[in-house]
Design a protein. Structure first.
Length: 196
């Protein structure tokens, strides 16, 4: 009986020691990126976080009082571009709004583009591109690891008379390039200035 109790104590001690070791390992692996806080008290983003674009917050729309370009397409569709912001990670985020001036639901037909690698991008602005005329280069909309566009998807379309915000992200042209053409299927080309 005493031998059995001793084995149970050793087994219990072993479990406690293994649990403590596992906690130490998990704590070491689950750090916050190891970065120190700068003097301002805010943490710097890790290089991994700054190397990939993030979809802008849906509620964080561009300032509507700033209009970089406005183009009108068929069936009363107006596209307004309010900002084209260069991000620190090497991306450009274009934001604006789409107004449906027609009498029927707008499903962004044709705007999703025809890129084979893109998936699940119906009723979106996935077919948008930026053209650097000086550098003679076209920049296509970025996509995530699942092949989905880093852009707005109009899941229920845009109702007649309604306006909906949009965004789309691209690789950034060289720093010296300040002006590009924004192109979207079925719509006229809009020349815009990149800020940042």
């Amino acid at each position: 009986m005493r031998a059995a109790m001793t084995r149970i104590r050793f087994r219990g001690a072993g479990i406690v020691a293994a649990s403590a070791a596992m906690a130490v390992v998990l704590t070491a692996c689950g750090g916050d990126g190891g970065g120190e806080e700068p003097e301002g008290g805010q943490k710097q983003p890790s290089s991994a976080a700054s190397d990939k674009p993030e979809a802008p917050d849906a509620e964080e729309s561009a300032d509507p009082s700033v209009v970089l370009a406005k183009v009108s397409g068929p069936d009363g569709i107006d596209l307004i571009i309010n900002s084209a912001q260069r991000d620190s990670g090497g991306f450009v985020t274009v934001k604006g709004s789409v107004k449906n001036g027609s009498q029927q639901q707008f499903a962004a037909q044709g705007w999703q583009g025809n890129e084979q690698e893109m998936v699940g991008n119906g009723a979106s602005v996935a077919g948008a591109s930026l053209v650097d005329q000086t550098g003679k280069k076209r920049y296509l909309a970025l996509r995530d690891t699942d092949g989905r566009c880093l852009c707005t998807k109009f899941t229920t379309g845009i109702a007649p008379g309604a306006t909906s915000p949009f965004f789309v992200q691209f690789p950034a042209p060289p720093a010296g390039t300040a002006e590009v053409d924004f192109q979207l299927p079925t719509m006229p080309t809009a020349t815009i200035k990149i800020s940042g």
